[in-house]
Design a binder for this molecule. Sequence first.
Ligand code: PMT
Length: 398
Amino acid sequence: MSSLNNKRVLLGVSGGIAAYKSAEIIRRLQDQGAQVRVVMTPAAQEFITPLTLQALSGNPVHTDLLDPAAEAAMGHIELARWADLLLIAPASADFIARLAQGKGDDLLTTLCLAHSAAIAVAPAMNQAMWRNPATQDNLAVLQRREVAIIGPDAGAQACGDVGPGRLLEPVAIVEHCADLFQTGSLDGKTVVITAGPTREALDPVRFISNHSSGKMGYALAEAALEAGATTVLISGPTHLTPPHRARLVAAVSAADMHAASLDALQNCDVFIATAAVADYRPNQVAEQKIKKTDSDSMLVELVKNPDIVAAVAAHKPKPFTVGFAAETEQVREYARAKLQRKNLDLVVANDVSQADIGFNSDENAVTLIWPAKEENLPQQGKHQLARELIKRIAAQLA
Ligand code: PMT
């Protein structure tokens, strides 16, 4: 069963009598777990007010490309990057024509140009306008660009005509949207993902850890599920809700994660090590809380933890093994050295010197380091980035 859990949907509403149905589309998207933001064209505002859609979506409605207040809150490029899916519903004949022409003279068309993830349009117009060869040509252009066309329905129209062009019912539109995320590219495969930090105990109340939130690993688990894979998520302590179809294995320390990873290797086709595993742990774990002494310093001896992803890559048969490399300098060089040292098939190099990407942020930007090539994936939401990564891994296994 597909869903839109955790998906960010930017709903574009263009002008037409069906614009009032956008209110119900917002509700149905939210029923499926999506976060919704709304953009309205001037014509749409003639049919339904921004205030209604603001109240339903729980977010300010965006209407103008050149609105300094809106740009200060969330600029249009940020908005385009925020969305996992840009759904235009209803999409008028005029909007479809402008999208096909690649126009960028208002907020909604500009967002379509700036958005690099999925775009879907749900057309709504008079049956003669729908049948017009100009509209059909425009739709063919959009289909060639992999824009999903959802509907339309056929039947009685507001103008009294009968025929194709009615907006599909909101529930059906939302189901189509959920299906867009189900790629099936890893059907029949098993993917094991490590995520989050590890905690290395010093005593019963203290530990050494790091700032990993688990967001990147959980996003990958969701993307692997959407691709049809049986998904095992081995997670350090996080505050996140795991995707409900993933098998969650909780781990606290690197030793726990190491044992759980080796246990999960039977039938594992792909292993993705997103976790920020502590390289070292205290040699001794005090049984009781360590007491403060008069000394101004304290020495803690650390010993090396097992390298989980290297152990997985040494396993026979070897799954397709992907490591992440969190680096603050010489990012690509250090990442390539890890690819070779750990015998990995791919390393995802993550520059964690920037606060808005990497650790505990919603967005990331990475460089994929393959044995014979490199590819930059620009800054985007971790969910979208995860889907891009899974797509590339699936292509290797095909
Ligand atoms: O969790 P988030 O807040 O979303 O942040 C995501 C992230 C920044 C943690 C993630 O994108 C990331 O970069 N993860 C790798 C962090 C890391 O520990 O990198 P590393 O360069 O120290 O390790 C290299 C690889 O070896 C990693 O795949 C790591 O999982 C693995 N490793 C490291 C040590 C160890 N003992 N065992 C391992 O398997």
